[in-house]
Write a protein that binds this ligand. Structure first.
Ligand SMILES: C[S@@+](CC[C@H](N)C(=O)[O-])C[C@H]1O[C@@H](n2cnc3c(N)ncnc32)[C@H](O)[C@@H]1O
Length: 221
């Protein structure tokens, strides 16, 4: 007997389809931030002054839109059809922003276009094994091109971790997704092994008495 439709295993893109379901208003996209706290920490200057940028795991694509509004040519990808459809609806009028529905590693493998910079802001580089992702990103940057990754500061447990789906609303509550959390020195080692130079990683503490800091790693091809 077939399991009921609501008991079928959920794919990873389907999981991410449920990210921020209540977000119906287009983000203002008037700030570019790596941390969760508006105006806290560095901004887009970490990317240099790129003419072309690739974002990995864009979700609402607010950071991509911020850059495109300022004349940068941006390709922002996400493997969730719902995230990409919503972002396309929000940013349909914005020239210079291409929103692509694709898995990060698969897309990086099947193209030759290179970018002046690439980034992942709490995006795909948090959920894809960095040993798989980083060499692929490096290959798609111009010489000297910058890569920046930001995500929640790692706790005491490092490496791939199983994370319970928190937007599942009772469906397939057994789904677990991998999240890759490494301390700054491990990020630096992985980036160097992938072919990057000028490697630097640190944890930006949260402002005031807030709880979650931000790991920020930067590198150049
Ligand atoms: C926590 S959300 C962050 C989204 C956005 N960067 C933001 O700051 O709101 C992570 C995003 O990464 C995307 N993602 C995860 N793994 C991916 C992969 N292998 N390929 C492409 N996108 C991926 C998810 O679909 C999701 O939209």
């Amino acid at each position: 007997m077939q399991p009921a439709a609501d008991r079928l295993p959920m794919s990873l893109p389907e999981y991410w389809d449920k990210y921020q379901p209540g977000r119906v208003e287009r983000p203002a996209a008037d700030l570019f931030q790596w941390s969760q706290f508006p105006g806290h920490g560095p901004g887009p200057e970490l990317l240099g002054s790129p003419a072309s940028v690739l974002e990995l795991g864009c979700g609402p694509a607010a950071e991509a839109a911020y850059l495109a509004r300022r004349g940068t040519r941006v390709t922002a990808l996400d493997f969730s059809p719902v995230q990409i459809a919503r972002a396309r609806n929000w940013w349909v009028d914005l020239p210079g922003l291409a929103l692509v529905e694709a898995d990060a590693c698969a897309w990086l493998d099947h193209g030759e276009e290179t970018f002046d910079a690439a980034f992942s802001c709490w995006g795909a580089a948090w959920f894809v094994d960095p040993e798989e992702l980083l060499p692929r990103v490096c290959r798609r940057l111009v010489d000297g091109g910058r890569f920046v990754v930001a995500h929640a500061a790692p706790g005491d447990v490092h490496g791939p971790q199983l994370m319970r789906g928190k937007w599942l609303e009772g469906r397939d509550s057994e789904l677990r997704i991998h999240r890759y959390q490494y301390p700054p020195e491990a990020w630096e080692g992985m980036l160097k092994r992938a072919g990057f130079t000028h490697v630097s990683a640190r944890v930006l503490p949260p402002p005031g008495n807030r709880e979650v800091g931000t790991l920020i790693a930067t590198a150049r091809r």
